[in-house]
Design a binder for this molecule. Sequence first.
Ligand code: DAH
Length: 344
Amino acid sequence: MKDDLLKIKEAGLAGVTAANDLRTLDDVRVEFLGKKGSLSQISRGMGSLSAEERPIMGQMVNDVKDTLEAAVLAKKSELSQKAMLEALATETIDVTLPGIAPKIGNLHPMTIVTEEICQIFIGMGYEIAQGPDIETDYHNFEALNIPASHPARDEQDTFYVEGGHVLRTQTSPVQIRKMETSEPPIAIVAPGKVFRSDEVDATHSPVFHQIEGLVVDKGIHMGHLKGALTQFAQKVFGDDVRTRFRPHHFPFTEPSAEMDVSCFGCGGHPEKMPTCRLCKAEGWIELLGCGMVHPKVLERCGIDPNVYSGFAFGMGLERIAMQRYNIDDMRLLFDNDMRFLRQF
Ligand code: DAH
């Protein structure tokens, strides 16, 4: 048995020395040191040895095992080193090849403007609210004091869908949904898509975006409306911007107004720049509709108009994006031409 062991040791060491690559070396390892290898087999024969011989042989088997393992390990590191040096010598890397730049996207100009406006109102304590694109006739019109005879309901303007629903023509129904489901104080802005049966041209699209605002609490008055919206305008267009409120009519507010901002093309001084295209030399640019929430609207939503009052506003977002980025054709915002969109 001792002789067998010495033979195994010699054969094993010879195998390791002869191995020229990592695969052959591993074959040698399995042959001698593996589970079914020669060393395991010889260990199995130890049962027939006497009690004195057994520990001596055991020790010898372990010594041979240690020797072979050490030899395999040393050879393995030698061969790995050799393989690496070979690879370094034969493989080349052309460091002058152009790299593969990761493709980085960017936000759509409408997203940028919408998020910026939302952030301004969030900073003033408003929450974001949302409503469905497909609305009930009640939320889009009736609850907002727009009776069946109102011209805004004219089939020319509104997309009707099955079941008496409409594609919302404005974000104002989100006001109604908010008031129906919560108690004042309420302060929300609701950005989203709206739909009108318009022909596409440089300033019209059947789908566009609005943002709606609503504040309801005890003692809210026109001064709050003017303050909030003027602050908003200055945040968007700069501290020098002035606002003016012109009387107007909306069915769901009383009194109602339109807010203009001083033109950022001529600084509100068309006399100094009679060719200003932005305001057509008016000095003012119309920005949004607003007003005090009509008592009937509050009442329909279960809010007592004798206790609470509120103001609301709504504006088109494409207009603001176009002014902000000097875009003269609204279709550019919907065409999804990457050459255009990558500029933002
Ligand atoms: N919904 C109106 C529109 O689409 C905009 C508007 C005007 C909203 C006045 C309001 C408001 O909340 O008070 O033209």
